[in-house]
Design a protein around this ligand. Structure first.
Ligand code: PLP
Length: 382
């Protein structure tokens, strides 16, 4: 990415917040000890990890003891799912949705080959989930319900508070993949009775290679990686610089979160209104559902999104034709297909994902460039 690029692909990854850099470098150069060491150098590193854990907990309204540091959002969700199965011995059913991130779906597909039964709840045309369908899907054999908070492709929010209450009243565990929600909307785990919640550093302006799993007090979680670290819940010497970067990023995200989300939502709405006004055949996927502030999934009729993406890229604008992980492989989005789009319609969709650093001038630049690109493409097709 050049310095000049307009970056609207923040659901793929975010720029590291400048405020994270000095504390992170300090860990590389000065506080490089092993937090498990019982001497001053180790203690210095440990105290930074303790501070960071408190900051992550604060963003979620959890307690520091409930935070387990991992290497990614993917690892957090895997730890949650494996841990939940072990915590509910004798139960072998998991409920999820058809639109989860591959971090969840790929693991569940693998577990299916080992005898775990998986129910994937459908979504409606706006990407929404019917709580009654969830209610019906839970059986006495259900160990875990895993539902994402905000969808990475469309931004559609699932009713996680309601789902968590329902699931717990039936004796199963509830995990939410909050990777695209954390730092963009208020997460209050005193209000939302989730047992497990996954977050990822690099989606909220921390470096890559660090994530966290919230594990509600009282839930004994079996580890995937064995070792004494993270109170026996995740072995492996801590990535102290990454953890410190994540702590600072969470502190920053928590500051005036609602105001920043409102600004992002206003810019997202400006983008969508501009697109709909200039491109008559464009439509917004998931527009009828509540959505996280920063994400817009726009379908351009049946125009090939890869071509639009390529032309925007050449003009210095970075967007995505789907999830970053699937954008490379040309498989049409499972999320959009679950919402009833045809393959051609799914392939005509661009995801714009903003950050708190996005400006109105950038949105206007994108609108101008995009409408010129689309005009040229429709003229060539006519
Ligand atoms: N869950 C969601 C909703 C995501 O968007 C992503 C990343 O795109 C992940 C999980 C995986 O996170 P990570 O890249 O930290 O493994």
């Amino acid at each position: 990415m050049t310095q000049q690029a307009v970056y609207l692909d923040n659901n793929a990854t975010t720029a590291v917040a400048p405020e994270c850099v000095a504390p992170l470098l300090e860990c590389l150069c000065e506080f490089w000890g092993n937090p498990s060491s019982k001497h001053a150098v180790g203690e210095a590193a440990k105290s930074r990890v303790i501070e960071a854990r408190a900051s992550v907990a604060k963003l979620l309204n959890a307690t520091p003891a409930e935070i387990v540091f991992t290497a990614s959002g993917t690892e957090s969700s895997h730890l949650a799912i494996h841990g939940a199965l072990a915590a509910r011995p004798g139960r072998s059913h998991i409920v999820t949705s058809a639109v989860e991130h591959p971090a969840t779906l790929a693991l569940l597909a693998q577990l299916e080959t080992q005898g775990v039964q998986v129910t994937r709840l459908p979504v409606d045309a706006d990407g929404g989930l019917d709580p009654a369908a969830l209610d019906n899907a839970i059986t006495p054999d259900t160990a875990l319900v895993s539902l994402m908070w905000a969808n990475n492709e469309t931004g559609v929010l699932f009713p996680v508070a309601e789902a968590a209450r329902m699931v717990r009243s039936k004796g199963a565990l509830f995990h939410t993949d909050a990777v695209q929600a954390a730092g963009k909307l208020d997460i209050d785990l005193a209000e939302v009775p989730a047992d497990l919640l996954s977050v990822s550093g690099h989606k909220l302006h921390a470096p890559k290679g660090v994530g966290a799993l919230f594990v509600r007090k009282g839930l004994k979680l079996a580890p995937m990686l064995f070792g004494h670290q993270e109170r026996n819940r995740r072995g492996g010497t801590e990535n102290v610089p990454g953890i410190v970067g994540m702590g600072v990023a969470c502190e920053l995200a928590a500051q005036a979160l609602d105001a920043k989300a409102a600004t992002m939502a206003a810019l997202r709405d400006r983008l969508e209104a501009g697109v709909l006004a200039r491109i008559s055949f464009a439509s917004i996927n998931g527009a009828g559902s509540p959505r996280v502030a920063n994400t817009s999934s726009v379908r351009f009729g049946e125009l090939e999104a890869e071509v639009i993406l390529d032309r925007l890229d050449k003009a210095g604008i970075c967007v995505s034709s789907g999830a970053a992980c699937t954008a490379g492989g040309r498989a049409p989005s499972h999320v959009l297909q679950a919402m009833g789009l045809t393959e051609a319609q799914a392939r005509a969709t661009i995801r714009f994902s903003l950050s708190r650093y996005t400006t109105a001038a950038e949105i206007d630049q994108v609108l101008d460039t995009l409408s010129a690109v689309i005009r040229r493409m429709t003229a060539a097709a006519a």
